[in-house]
Ligand binder design. Structure first.
Ligand code: UDP
Length: 340
């Protein structure tokens, strides 16, 4: 990433920068020469994951603390990652999601407006589309979330659109498809006490931490009967954030972009690739469908490619799984390094 003189003095505030995706974006910002401050309550994030800039431990519910941080760092833009992301939990406890993902986003937006921050990048999700009628999915597809997690993100997108109409304020909302992989040097990656994601579960099965990988449903209307997803490497996603930031800082208007490669892999294809990459023939069983899983989610990402010239560098399932594998092995071999 070229280092521009403009970026070296520009501070970016990253909420949730100690989490999985946020920490990869902090890394990309730091490498590009931006000053970074991470604001994170460490509920699921980790101090060791913040490779660049300062870490302020704080919650988005604490308005005064947030204001102090803005006052001190005077960020030019905010990137907002801090959110709860577990779909079944959002079904059981929707208010937790509306409080943290939606109400706290309003706190953050009010602080931005009070302190004159006019550029905002939002972590959105393919879950805003629910069970899409057409594949690949364009940004203009109807927003029909099927769970409170997706709904909590749709609400923020609507609030952002209203803010952009009412105030001197611009945003980019990035709708993530299936984010996976890790830093190629295995310094940071996904950590979860109870992982639910396919690639992570497959690799933990290969390491013997999970007895057997269950395939959730083999009777979907797809070529091999298992669900299809568009897996995107976390560093390509981080790069999309940098382009979105440059767009806003150079005066660009509010935009919404899908972030995915535009093609998908079935669960069976992912399992086969995970066995190939690891060289381990880990046990797999076929099980029932998991509730709320649409058969296929594949992005039409032509808008971000055309408008921001986003060019993925890691559109390669083997690479995605390999980087995640190196990370999982490091977590297993050196748990003491990732304790906090
Ligand atoms: N999946 C699976 N076994 C697992 C975890 C996931 O078969 O142990 C399937 C899941 O049903 C979905 C796909 O893998 O079809 C991707 O799931 P993941 O949780 O990784 O991401 P999601 O698409 O739900 O955000």
């Amino acid at each position: 990433m070229p280092l521009t003189s403009a970026s070296t003095s520009t501070c970016i505030l990253v909420t949730g920068g100690a989490g999985y995706i946020g920490s990869h974006v902090v890394k990309a910002l730091g490498e590009a020469g931006y000053r970074v401050v991470t604001y994170d309550n460490l509920s699921t994030g980790h101090p060791w994951a913040v490779l660049y800039g300062d870490l302020v431990v704080g919650d988005l519910a604490h308005r005064e603390k947030l204001r102090d941080v803005f006052d001190h760092y005077r960020p030019k833009a905010v990137m907002h990652f801090a959110a709860h992301i577990v779909v079944p939990e959002s079904v059981r406890n929707p208010l937790k999601y509306y409080r943290n993902n939606t109400a706290n986003a309003v706190n953050l937006l009010e602080t931005c407006l009070e302190l004159g921050v006019e550029s905002f990048i939002f972590s959105s999700t393919a879950a805003v589309y629910g069970d899409p009628r057409e594949i690949p999915i364009t940004e203009d597809a109807p927003l029909e979330p099927i769970n409170p997690y997706g709904q909590s993100k749709v609400l923020v997108e609507k609030i952002l659109a209203d803010c952009a109409r009412a105030y001197p304020f611009n945003y980019v909302s990035l709708r993530y498809f299936n984010v996976a992989g890790a830093d190629p040097r295995a310094r940071i990656g996904q950590v979860s006490p109870e992982p639910t994601h396919l690639i992570t579960r497959a690799l933990k099965t290969a390491l013997g931490q999970i007895d057997r990988l269950e395939i959730y449903g083999t009777d979907y209307p797809t070529p091999d009967g298992t669900c299809i997803r568009d897996y995107i490497h976390v560093d390509d996603l981080a790069h999309a954030h940098l382009l979105a930031l440059e767009h806003l800082l150079s005066g660009g208007t509010s935009r919404i972009y899908n972030c995915g490669y535009g093609h998908g892999y079935s669960v069976r294809e992912v399992v086969d690739m995970a066995r190939e990459v690891t060289g381990i023939d880990f046990p797999v069983v076929e099980g029932e469908r998991r509730e709320g899983d649409p058969p296929a989610l594949v992005a039409d990402s032509s808008r971000i490619r055309e408008e921001l010239n986003w060019q993925p560098r890691h559109d390669d399932l083997a690479y995605i799984i390999k980087t995640a594998w190196e990370w999982e092995k490091r977590l297993q071999e050196h748990p003491e390094q990732f304790q906090n």
